[in-house]
Design a protein around this ligand. Structure first.
Ligand SMILES: [Zn+2]
Length: 137
C-alpha cells in the first residue's frame, strides 16, 4: 500500500505548517520532510486538502486510512482529509494544444494538430498539500 508513504508526508507537512503558522496556511508543496511535533495543545487541524495526480494511482480511501494512522495522538487526529484526484492532461510543447487522454484523442504519441512528438504531462503526477484548516481552541 504505497498510500502510507504519501500519508506520512501529508501528516508531516500539515503538522509542521500548523505549528509554524497557526493561521490558515496555504500552498505547501509535498516532497520535503521535517520533524512534526504537535506542541501547541490549543491548536487543532480541522481539514487537510490535497491534490493527487491520477498517475500516482492513489486510492483515496486507502490514503484516508493511512492518514488516520499517521495522525493518531496529534493535533490532526480528527482532521478531515480531502483528496482531489487530478486527471492527466498532456500539452504539446510545439503548438500548445491540450490533449485529454480520456477524450477522443486518447493516449497519443504525437500531437494531433501539428504532429510534434514533444508532448509533456502537465497534470496527473503531482502531489500537493493545498491547504490546511486549523482552529484555535
Ligand atoms: Zn502540437
Amino acid at each position: 500500500m504505497h498510500e502510507m508513504s504519501y500519508a506520512v508526508r501529508i501528516a508531516d507537512i500539515a503538522l509542521r505548517a500548523a505549528n509554524e503558522n497557526p493561521a490558515p496556511a496555504e500552498g505547501f508543496a509535498a516532497g520535503t520532510s521535517a520533524p512534526a511535533e504537535a506542541s501547541a495543545a490549543s491548536l487543532r487541524i480541522l481539514a487537510v486538502r490535497v491534490s493527487c495526480g491520477e498517475m500516482l494511482a492513489i486510492v483515496p480511501a486507502l490514503l484516508e486510512t493511512a492518514f488516520r494512522e499517521c495522525v493518531k495522538g496529534t493535533i490532526a487526529e480528527h482532521a478531515k482529509l480531502v483528496v482531489k484526484t487530478m486527471p492527466v492532461l498532456i500539452r504539446c510543447a510545439s503548438c500548445g494544444r491540450e490533449i485529454d487522454p480520456h477524450g477522443p484523442d486518447g493516449y497519443v504519441a504525437r500531437c494531433p494538430d501539428c504532429g510534434s512528438a514533444a508532448l509533456r504531462i502537465e497534470h496527473g503526477r503531482e502531489f500537493v498539500v493545498n491547504d490546511i484548516e486549523t482552529e484555535i481552541i
